[in-house]
Design a protein. Sequence first.
Lengths: 332, 183
Amino acid sequence: MTDLTLDITIHLAKIALIFFVVLTLAAYLVFAERRLLAWIQDRKGPNRVGPFGLLQPLADLIKLLTKEDFRPPQADKWLFYLAPAMAAIPAILTFAVIPFGAPVRLLGREVPLQVADLNVGLLFFMALSSIAVYGVALGGWASNSKYALLGSIRGLAQLISYELSMGLSLVPTVMLAGSLRLSEIVAAQKGVWFIVYQPLAFAIFLVSIAAECKRIPFDIPEAEGELVAGFHTEYSGMRFGLFFVGEYINIIVLGGLATTFFLGGWHGPLLPSFVWFVAKTLAFAFFFIWMRGTLPRLRYDQLMHLGWKVLTPLALVNILATGWWLMIRELR
Amino acid sequence: MAPFTKPMPIFNDLKALATGLFVTWKHIFRRPVTVEYPDAKRTPYPRYRARIVLTRDPDGGERCVACYLCSAACPVDCISMEAAEGEGGRRYARWFRINFSRCIFCGLCAEACPTLAIQMTPDYEICERDVMELVYEKEDLLIDGCGKDPEYNFYRHAGIGVVNPRGGNPDEEPPVDVRGLMP
């Protein structure tokens, strides 16, 4: 086998692995969320399908696939069909730049456990997270329903209020690591994790990614109490399932990114690097589920207030402080 | 905009967040309050209001005298019957029908019943695939026992003054001598 074919094979294998692991993890995250929420609410949760209900995701999948695929007669056909994919694909695409383990020796060569080590990995993530909202916006708009439209408008408004603070909270990370490449950001955290230097940026990023994956304190575009189901009101069957699984992929991906940026990525003692990465990512997923079981939904204007008047100025001040600190460290 | 002009009480907010998260954390480890229904069933309390029955008096006769009070009290009009007279002039229901697909199990019928004939039972499992199966006729409703008040017989208390002299019957006191109350 030539070098090129070997390269392509290894890449395809990594992509297949990521697809399999992330999609399975997303399906089981739904299950875990249902069980955990049930425990939080003193219930038992789904435990009938298979041992401990572990086959529940399979049952859900069969149910979603066999349901009627309904399109409202007045809906914009192509956009309506396209939107769920536009919500799910950017989510899983972001995983391409996340290093999920230390490089391994395979077939006599160094294989980084990362699909694409882009030198603008961080910007790639920011771009994709902006594109992901198109699925929400177009899905709501194409449905031709007032609830869906309101949901998608809220989704867009939410995007502009958290995205700025999310980007700004990552600037100190880049300043510390001196690179936009995610593998180098991880490498810079070999000794001390960035959460130690940047607790404020971490907090801002955490709130922003909670808003990014539309989790409960910020589930304003869905808002089942007010908007039926928000932007995916008119979706049924697997198209709804795609929105749904996209949301959970998003949780995993954003958890992975928070791990990469602040919790030292795959660095950790004793256990293999891959295990450390998954454990840290799932800790974020657990935190999101826990938060969902605890907090009420914010109002539309409260999110705006939080994003624009609290998080963004704080992130800017944080950048300035980091800059000064770095300069002082340089001078000494 | 009034609340937002004040400086944000950020530490109170953080404390509130932490308190809430702590409460839910504790609940994760608490025993569930629910039971797995078809496998485990709760025993309802004796006064639980579910399937309605028609009871008999201790002698085995039907208590119902077809007075229509239950039917009148029913807020959803799910009770209907036809009165008839048996030998001896005593009334009974020729047919008696409760539509359980409509019944809201409020218990007003049981409260209205002067003869304690109609009673609520704790049997709550009365689902049917076919809604017509939920229309119970008299033979479905009538049970062999006395229900919650096994001693009670309406005819021992009502109308006895006509047949027997006053004061000699069970749970009746002799007539008061009005003059005896004078000081």
